[in-house]
Design a protein. Structure first.
Length: 152
């Protein structure tokens, strides 16, 4: 039963992703089938960024968000192509290895990696879920805006 509730919440949020909005922002949706939302961001003069949201247990838990290159390989903070998003001082794109995944991660409320990091254990998802901007499209929008600024 919990899986069905999670799937219904996922389908509701993803169903609001208008193709027109995605096209205008340069997003390519690779997969939008529970529990995975896989999207590529594009912007002139920047390497594309692929975000793979794994939304098992949505919205009881926040999604796990992977930072990937367009081909699906993990973003490498030290590379010239990928490094720009990490080079603007304090950013939600953390180049350090997350203690659980061992990969660079999104350090922003609403990302599972944020809420499971030792620095943020007191900031529980239940305090944020259900608030405006914390659905899947709201999280996607925050990531896109931050990424776009970081690569300009």
């Amino acid at each position: 039963m919990l899986r069905e509730l999670s799937k219904a919440a996922f389908d509701r949020d993803v169903g609001r992703l208008a193709p027109r909005l995605a096209k205008r922002r340069g997003w390519t949706v690779l997969q939008a089938e529970y529990p995975v939302l896989d999207i590529v961001f594009r912007h002139a003069g920047a390497s594309p960024l692929r975000l793979r949201f794994t939304c098992d247990h949505w919205d009881e838990q926040p999604p796990a968000i992977e930072l990937l290159r367009e081909d699906g390989s993990v973003v490498q903070p030290g590379s010239v192509e990928d490094g720009r998003m990490f080079s603007h001082g304090k950013s939600i794109f953390n180049p350090s290895a997350h203690p659980i995944t061992g990969k660079p991660f999104v350090c922003m409320r609403g990302a599972r990696e944020f809420h499971t990091h030792s620095s943020h254990l007191g900031e529980v998802w239940d305090s944020f879920r259900g608030r405006s901007g914390n659905d899947l499209l709201g999280l996607l929008d925050q990531l896109w805006k931050t990424w776009k600024v970081s690569v300009q």
